[in-house]
Design a protein around this ligand. Structure first.
Ligand code: DGL
Length: 269
């Protein structure tokens, strides 16, 4: 019997928010090994230009290829928004981003066809979610808002409380007033604010993120390309960062209940 393809799935994000996608991958594909790189030396990507994010993404992806990754998952909304095409053109393996899976998740739950999207400046400016949503449904209505203050609040561990709620309401009120019934958490950090956002928006608005659907896309891809590992083994998770870990790793770890183990520090280049 064949051992299948035991090479790891390479996953990257600008930082460690992409562990939300790793968590979904671990649940759905427990036999697969994962090599994760968080570019913590250069996070955040969200306020940087597309050219810079493309360069960073290609550099991190080449690190994943050096680890023999059989496929690459862009677990970052900003990089998926502005660098997916460059990665697909340059890499010798298939690439999965988080935008199309997030759009699919939103369309599966919206009842009134009006979807809100929140993300970094670069993600919202790129219009990636609007394009992905419209490609799947011509009559969807989209209201998007850049929320640049949320990533710093989350990295500080301020996942609830008065200040975080005030900032959130400043961003979310126009979306709620516009009549959205579904909100895409279009940034890998935002699932950590899910319960606070849910409380502020109430039951009338469904919250979706890309993680589960992204993991489902990767599972389908492995099947299509015959890249599955043998089911008898338990996959290994290795996490590397480009700068030594700080307290945010603990915050994310606790929130995701993911055991990342010993973190490697990898220099870029
Ligand atoms: N990982 C980024 C994203 O999903 C958020 C953090 C950043 O700005 O780099 O958009």
């Amino acid at each position: 019997m064949s051992n299948g393809d035991a090479r790891p799935i390479g996953v990257f994000d600008s930082g460690i928010g992409g562990l939300t996608v790793v968590s979904a991958l671990r649940r759905l594909l427990p036999h697969e090994s994962i090599y994760y790189v968080g570019d913590t030396a250069r996070v955040p990507y969200g306020g940087k230009s597309p050219t810079t994010v493309q360069r960073y993404s290609l550099e991190i992806a080449s690190l994943l290829l050096r680890e023999n990754s059989k496929t690459v998952v862009v677990a970052c909304n900003t990089a998926s928004s502005v660098a997916l095409a460059a990665l697909e053109a340059e890499l010798p393996v298939s690439v999965t981003g988080v935008i199309a899976p997030g759009a699919e998740a939103a369309l599966a739950v919206t009842r009134n066809g009006h979807v809100g999207v929140i993300g970094t400046r670069a993600t919202i400016k790129s219009g990636s979610y609007e394009r992905a949503l419209r490609a799947l449904s011509s009559d969807v209505r989209v209201t998007a808002a850049a929320c640049p203050l949320l990533v710093p609040l989350i990295e500080e561990g301020w996942l609830a409380g008065e200040i975080t709620e005030k900032v959130l309401m400043q961003y979310l009120r126009p979306l709620a007033d516009a009549g959205i019934d579904t909100l895409v958490l279009g940034c890998t950090h935002y699932p950590l604010l899910r319960s606070t956002i849910g409380r502020l928006l109430g039951d009338g608005v469904s919250l979706v993120d890309s993680a589960e659907n992204c993991a489902a896309s990767v599972r389908a891809l492995l099947g299509r390309e015959k890249l599955n590992t043998a089911t008898g083994q338990t996959g290994r998770l290795r996490v590397a960062l480009t700068d030594p870990p700080d307290s945010f790793l603990r915050i994310a770890n606790d929130a995701l209940q993911l055991d990342v183990g010993e973190v490697e520090v990898r220099a870029i280049g």
